[in-house]
Design a protein around this ligand. Sequence first.
Ligand SMILES: Cc1cc2nc3c(=O)[nH]c(=O)nc-3n(C[C@H](O)[C@H](O)[C@H](O)COP(=O)(O)OP(=O)(O)OC[C@H]3O[C@@H](n4cnc5c(N)ncnc54)[C@H](O)[C@@H]3O)c2cc1C
Length: 373
Amino acid sequence: MTAALSMPGIADAPSLSLADAVRSITRTDLTPMIGEIDRDGVYPEAVMRKLGATGAFAQHLPLGNAAFSLDAAIDVMGIVGEACLSTAFCMWCQDALGWYISNSSNEKLKAGTLAAAASGQILGGTGLSNPMKHFYGIEPLRLRGRRVDGGYVVKGVLPWVSNLGPDHHFGAVFEREDKPGHFVMAIVPCASEGLTLSQNTQFVALDGTRTYAVQMRDVFLSEDVIVADPIDEYLKKIRAGFVLLQAGMAFGLIEGAIQLMEQARTSLHHVNKYLPEQPEQFREQLAGMKELVSKLCETPYDPSPSYWRQVIEARLVAGDATVAAAHAAMLHQGARGYVSNGAAQRRLREAYFVAIVTPATKQLRKMLAEMPA
Ligand SMILES: Cc1cc2nc3c(=O)[nH]c(=O)nc-3n(C[C@H](O)[C@H](O)[C@H](O)COP(=O)(O)OP(=O)(O)OC[C@H]3O[C@@H](n4cnc5c(N)ncnc54)[C@H](O)[C@@H]3O)c2cc1C
């Protein structure tokens, strides 16, 4: 495991390894509030800030010549995801934000936001579900922009963007009105004039992720916040990292589900042993998935179609395995998992999110069906 990077806002020379520090934050700060996050939609902001200060959001960022590791970012997201998928998803949102900024060639954008996003001083996320679905022929693009002096003026609505707040930021893609087919990406400050956040949906899980509908009414985005213009080459560069990082959510939840199966075994083995799926099978599958993802994480900029296909296949397997493991945990836990504060029913509700967040299972299957074999 990589140690915390030396950057402003990230504690130097940590006395604990990063993994141990994240485990300790999970145990002492996050675990006591999991019920509130799940039941009352409480956003774990203090936990996110603390994770940022340990370097949890900096591991995967290409910063000059320093080594970077998507694998390390996935590991720490997994540690948190063992306990709470809402927080693991907020970590993914934050990681995606840093990934976008660090891969941009806009030096002003990087100078203004990269260190703060890497250390969790700036929090935020990504509104890229809509463009990801658009570019694979699933839905129209929702944001439009027109060129003005010094930047763009953008309008439209994104129905769901998570890990937001009045002072947060998110990545977004818009199409130029005057040049159809020309797409631009920016890091949008939520504090921009003309931007409103509204929260009018209650989810069955993941409600503590500060997921908002974002309305943009002629929001001015200066050149300083443009990530890529046009985005074609840039998107190819970031797409594998975007998808691979989601493995942290899957691996964490699967590990948590295995632990629930093992716990139930202490008193219920005499009957649970007849269930067709046992924790050992999931542990073996998890180890195989981790090995593959780790290998794929070594070359996130590989442009080859065969690499992209492997990333998509790995993501599909991870989503399916997450739902299967949470389902098995529910059966192993029985009635103790079915009570309103039981962990197994929460994990099952959370697990479906891994399979429906973009790229959702159905989109992954469409992509694979349309790719060369
Ligand atoms: C808790 C949560 C957090 C999310 N966070 C983000 C995020 O941070 N960034 C991001 O870009 N995306 C986010 N999403 C969206 C997510 O990534 C997927 O795009 C979404 O779950 C739907 O994906 P799908 O492929 O199943 O599409 P489908 O559900 O098949 O179709 C989606 C489309 O259907 C319409 N639709 C269907 N039901 C509703 C409804 N009840 N309300 C409004 N529209 C509806 C919308 O037009 C929407 O675009 C979030 C979704 C959820 C549930």
